[in-house]
Structures are given as structure tokens and as C-alpha cells.
Design a protein around this ligand. Structure first.
Ligand code: GLN
Length: 468
């Protein structure tokens, strides 16, 4: 049952081979057995899940139509609000915070009949690339338990990979859906900025954050994405999008940016990653597609721009955790002491590092030199992509320069951790969609990143299907 796709579940339910309740029970039993070792989940939602499953079973027994995600067991990253469950964002600051409402994407999947199994582990406030920054536990990579699952949506990616849910929701500010998808061998989409409502997502960097699906195959990722996308009155940056037409594979043109995968760039990428990506490129050529080298000259600034913009926005977004409004509240002699004591105790080292960086860069006298300048370079990065998509349909790059690294390998060296985002952050800065597709390898999983033009997610899914 744990290998069933959304389509498989639908057929099984309709054909009465199993009930939604049996399916949920199966998953909870599997989680109880296996998750103490893997550490994907922070909290389970047995009661509400079984209620939802009952509703679906009633629809079926009455012979009524069932919605697109009927009975599908979904895991939700713990920085996305699910009413009545805790949303900790893996921080001590929100250790006991209970969500008063559903995030818009959660509301939508529930309306489509999904069964929310529980909340998954992440790096604290989604800051990190390994899920080791969680205040509560370290998630292990199901493909090799001595390695990280990637991050920050490591719990969601590992849960899909281990069959502890059918599919999952994650969030991606600089690669947090795609990189864990790549490390765990599953599909992950960072949608176009504005495609999915951010209402009910605990904000990290609001101009970069997007919620997206993690799934076992391209079709499931597409179905889950279709359920959550679209205009939402509660997020003014969200918009309605149209389906793209079928692509003509004979005319397909793929760009390979030399800054990511030219002969010089390949020297910094692990061998197994290079060979897996090269095979994917060859497959496209064998099917009659054209592949050409392109240039995205502003790539060299992307990492610096990202760590400037994201920390500035994070320092503002995290100002709300002051001991008064939400979560942890420490005692103090006066109001500032309450603030200081709460923030000193509630936030972990990585979150503090980013708040300090962002606060410094936004301080008077430095704003123009750091934040404003970064925003200008960000426009250059966006224009690089806009120019390229006049010439090619999609762009291929690796998701990460390495396969999953060992637990503990990078925790003492934040800069080397930041460098693992080198290929994923540009898509967030530009706002374009990007899909991580697992490739066949002999060893650990390798992800291919397919980048597309604004709102061309369905093109990305079609190309991914071709490679499956
Ligand atoms: N790893 C990146 C960071 O640490 C991306 C995080 C994310 O996408 N949420 O900021």
C-alpha cells in the first residue's frame, strides 16, 4: 500500500479494494513502526485523519463522486498551519503553539478529500539545508541513514521517500523543497512566485517563500500542485494561472547554463551528479530534443544576493516573536528584558545568525550598500532568465553539487552549508518555477533541476514525465 500513487489510491477506493480508513490505519501503523528511527514526523493527527477518512468512505458507500485527493494520506511541513495541530517551525519559540486556523493550501487539500497524517520536521524556521537545525530532532535519509535528508523540508521529503505518506507539502525559500527531494530521490516543485497562496505559512523571507508538493512521481506532484494553486483573497501576491498547452517534443529546446554545468563549473560538482545529469541530457537529445549552451552571467552573485535579501526579510518577519504575541515568553524585570530573554532562549544559533546579519544589513547607513544593491542585482538575475526563455523552453541544471552528505558533516561550517544552495536559489530570486526530478543512479539519489518560465509548471511536468 505504501507504494500507491494518488491515481492508485483513487482506483483502489473506487474499486473497493480497501477503504480510506484502512489506508490511513496502514500508514499510521507504518509510521509507528519506522519513524522512531527516521524522525520524519513531529506530531501525528490520528483522530482528525480517521474522521476525514470516514467521510470519504461514506461518499464511496453512497456511490457519490469523490474529489481529486480523496483518501490520499498527506504529510505537512511544520511551518504550515493545520488547525488544531501544533505548528512549531521546529523552534523552541513555538514549541507549544497551536494553529488557530488552516493555511489556505491545507484548507484546499482538505476540501479535495486529503487525509492529513501529521506535521513533519524541518530546519528551524526553514533556515538550513539538512534538517539538522531543528530544535527537536534530526531526520535521517531513508536511502542511507547515516546521511541527512537535505533541508529544510527534510521531514516531508524523507516521509515520501520512506513511504510514510503518499505525498507531502513543503516550503521553498532557496531550495528547501528541491534539495531534500533530490537527496531523498523524490519529486519536488518550487512553484512560480504567486502560484500558491502563502496564507498560513510561517514566514521566513516573504518575497522568496513558496509552498509546493513533494511526491513519488511527476503526476502526483502535478495533482497536488493543481489542488493548492490559484488566487486566494488572503494573499494579495497570489494569482490565478492557466494551463499551458501540450509541448511538441520534436521542437523542444533545452538550455544548459555554462555557469552551472559548463566544463569549468563541472569541476566543482561530484562525479556521480555530473554523470547522472549528462545521461538525462543525452536522453532528451535521443528523443529528438535540441540542447544548447546558454549563459546566465549574474549567477555568480546569486548566493550573496540570496543571503542578503533572505536575512533582511527574516530579521523583519521574526521580529514578531517577542514573548508577547506568540509562543515562548520568558520573565524579565522590564519589557526589554522580556524581549531579550525570550529571544535568547527561543531561537537557535542559525536563526540568531541570520537575524543579526539581516538587522545589520538593514541598519541606517548600510541599507543602500547592502539591501538596495542586492535588490538591483536580483533584477539582473531575473533578466538573465527572461532573456534565456526567449531562446529555450526549459533549463536543466543539477539540484545540488553533491549527493546527500553525512549527518554532522557541515554543521560546524555554515558557509559550506550555504554553498549547497548554489543551484537552487536563483529560481527563488527570479520567481520562476523549478522542479526537482530524481534520476536513475547506481548509488545515492541525484536530482535534475528543470527551470521554466513564469507559470509554465505544466511544461515542467511534461518534460519530467518524458524522463521518468
Ligand atoms: N537552504 C536555504 C537556506 O538555508 C534554503 C532554505 C529554504 O528554502 N527555506 O536558507
Amino acid at each position: 500500500m505504501d507504494s500507491l500513487t494518488i491515481k492508485g489510491i483513487r482506483e483502489g477506493l473506487k474499486g473497493r479494494r480497501f477503504s480510506a480508513k484502512e489506508l490511513s490505519d496502514f500508514y499510521f501503523k507504518k509510521i509507528e513502526k519506522e519513524d522512531s528511527e527516521l524522525g520524519c514526523y513531529l506530531e501525528l493527527a490520528k483522530e482528525t485523519a480517521l474522521n476525514q477518512a470516514d467521510k470519504i468512505d461514506n461518499l464511496i458507500s453512497e456511490g457519490l463522486d469523490i474529489p481529486s485527493l480523496a483518501g490520499v494520506p498527506v504529510a505537512v511541513k511544520d511551518n504550515i498551519l493545520v488547525e488544531g495541530l501544533k505548528s512549531t517551525a521546529s523552534s523552541f519559540m513555538l514549541k507549544n503553539y497551536i494553529s488557530p486556523y488552516d493555511a489556505s493550501c491545507v484548507k484546499r487539500i482538505k476540501e479535495e478529500g486529503a487525509v492529513v497524517l501529521g506535521k513533519t520536521n524541518l530546519d528551524e524556521f526553514a533556515m538550513g539545508s539538512s534538517t539538522e537545525n531543528s530544535a527537536f530532532k534530526t531526520t535521517k535519509n531513508p536511502k542511507d541513514k547515516s546521511r541527512v535528508p537535505g533541508g529544510s523540508s527534510g521531514g516531508s521529503a524523507a516521509a515520501v521517500s520512506a513511504g510514510l505518506c503518499c505525498c507531502a507539502l513543503g516550503s521553498d525559500t532557496g531550495g528547501s523543497i528541491r534539495q531534500p527531494a533530490s537527496f531523498c530521490g523524490v519529486f519536488g516543485l518550487k512553484p512560480t512566485y504567486g502560484a500558491v497562496s502563502r496564507y498560513g505559512l510561517i514566514a521566513f523571507a516573504s518575497s522568496l517563500d513558496q509552498i509546493g508538493p513533494l511526491a513519488k512521481n511527476a503526476e502526483d506532484a502535478k495533482i497536488l500542485f493543481n489542488a493548492i494553486k490559484g488566487k486566494d483573497k488572503k494573499d494579495s501576491t497570489s494569482i490565478e494561472m492557466e494551463e499551458n498547452g501540450e509541448i511538441d517534443f520534436k521542437k523542444l529546446k533545452i538550455g544548459i547554463p555554462k555557469e552551472y554545468f559548463g566544463s569549468e563549473a563541472k569541476k566543482g560538482i561530484e562525479r556521480e551528479v555530473v554523470s547522472a545529469i549528462e545521461s538525462a541530457i543525452k536522453k532528451i537529445e535521443d528523443m529528438g530534443g535540441r540542447v544548447e549552451e546558454i549563459s546566465l552571467p549574474n549567477t555568480k552573485y546569486a548566493l550573496s544576493v540570496y543571503y542578503m535579501v533572505s536575512t533582511c526579510e527574516a530579521s523583519c518577519n521574526l521580529a514578531r516573536y517577542d514573548g508577547i504575541k506568540y509562543g515562548l515568553s520568558e520573565k524579565g524585570e522590564n519589557l526589554s528584558e522580556v524581549y531579550f530573554n525570550t529571544r535568547a532562549k527561543g531561537f537557535g544559533a542559525e536563526v540568531k545568525r541570520r537575524i543579526m546579519l539581516g538587522t545589520f544589513a538593514l541598519s541606517s547607513g548600510y541599507y543602500d550598500a547592502y539591501y538596495l544593491k542586492s535588490q538591483k542585482v536580483r533584477t539582473g538575475i531575473k533578466e538573465d532568465f527572461e532573456k534565456s526563455f526567449k531562446k529555450v523552453d526549459a533549463i536543466f541544471t543539477p539540484v545540488s553539487p553533491t549527493v546527500a552528505f553525512k549527518i554532522g558533516e557541515k554543521t560546524q561550517d555554515p558557509l559550506s552549508m550555504y554553498l549547497s544552495d548554489i543551484f537552487t536559489i536563483s529560481a527563488n530570486l527570479a520567481g520562476i518555477p523549478a522542479l526537482s526530478v530524481p534520476l536513475k543512479t547506481k548509488g545515492l539519489p541525484v536530482g535534475l533541476q528543470i527551470l521554466g518560465n513564469y507559470f509554465e509548471e505544466s511544461k515542467l511536468f511534461q518534460i519530467a514525465k518524458l524522463l521518468e
